[in-house]
Design a protein around this ligand. Structure first.
Ligand SMILES: [Fe+2]
Length: 239
């Protein structure tokens, strides 16, 4: 196992609250499915970073900031996370109030992610103000695949389906931040990643919490397995 993945697992994946009723299910998913995808994603990110650094120009920083402005930020959050809030029926709201609070919190976190990408573009002098980004197509493109369109993944299916996305996909976000901080010296890029590190970890922990404490029956585990199956299907395809 790569040392970065090993560190992440030792700190955040393996520790489990004693008596957490869904933990055995989560650890099974992790060993049978997640670890391989995490390893592939980390290797891919590290190879990309090496390639970017070898290029000896700054264009990759501009491209990543423009892409992330829409794909990791406001445009993604409003569409994806607010769609998932709607998967909680009125009658279920009391039961899933923690889940809804975490969803709402993540909308804010990911909107902040947009601003951090804008900070890189402003700090480097590539745009004069954030409003200019509205005229740049690359800053308004959402390349992520969709379940029902516009990246509203898992909306309207089951409130817990999203736990698979938080657990599996946000671990990849955490690993990407760890990899970047391990290799990249540019202070603006480091600042951006340091500023988002705790938030991405919270998104992963949201998935971990939901699986450990709410996915305790075949009825609540199945939507997680199905959503994870969809995500794993993408491993070969998306970034
Ligand atoms: Fe995130």
């Amino acid at each position: 196992m790569h040392p970065i993945l090993e560190e992440f697992c030792d700190k955040w994946v393996w520790p489990t609250m004693p008596g957490a009723p869904g933990a055995a299910f989560r650890l099974k998913l992790t060993r049978e499915h997640c670890l391989k995808g995490w390893e592939i994603a980390l290797e891919r990110t590290l190879a990309e970073i090496e390639q970017d650094l070898a290029n000896n120009d700054e264009n990759w920083k501009r491209e990543k900031a423009l892409r992330g402005y829409a794909a990791e930020g406001v445009a993604m959050s409003i569409k994806q996370m607010s769609g998932q809030l709607l998967s909680v029926d009125i009658a279920d709201q009391e039961r899933y109030i923690d889940l809804q609070r975490m969803r709402a919190r993540q909308i804010w976190d990911e909107c902040k992610h947009s601003k951090l990408h804008a900070d890189v573009l402003l700090g480097k002098g590539w745009v004069k103000n954030e409003r200019e980004l509205m005229d740049i197509a690359a800053a308004n493109t959402q390349p992520l695949p969709a379940y029902f369109g516009l990246s509203m993944m898992f909306a309207h299916i089951h409130p817990l389906a999203r736990a698979a996305q938080n657990y599996y996909q946000e671990a990849i976000a955490c690993l990407g931040i760890m990899a970047t901080l391990d290799r990249v010296a540019d202070p603006l890029v480091r600042h951006e990643h340091l500023s988002q590190r705790d938030e991405e970890l919270m998104h992963f922990m949201e998935g971990k919490f939901q699986i450990d404490f709410l996915c305790t029956t075949p009825q609540t585990q199945q939507p997680v397995e199905e959503a994870l199956g969809y995500l794993l299907h993408q491993v070969g395809g998306i970034r």
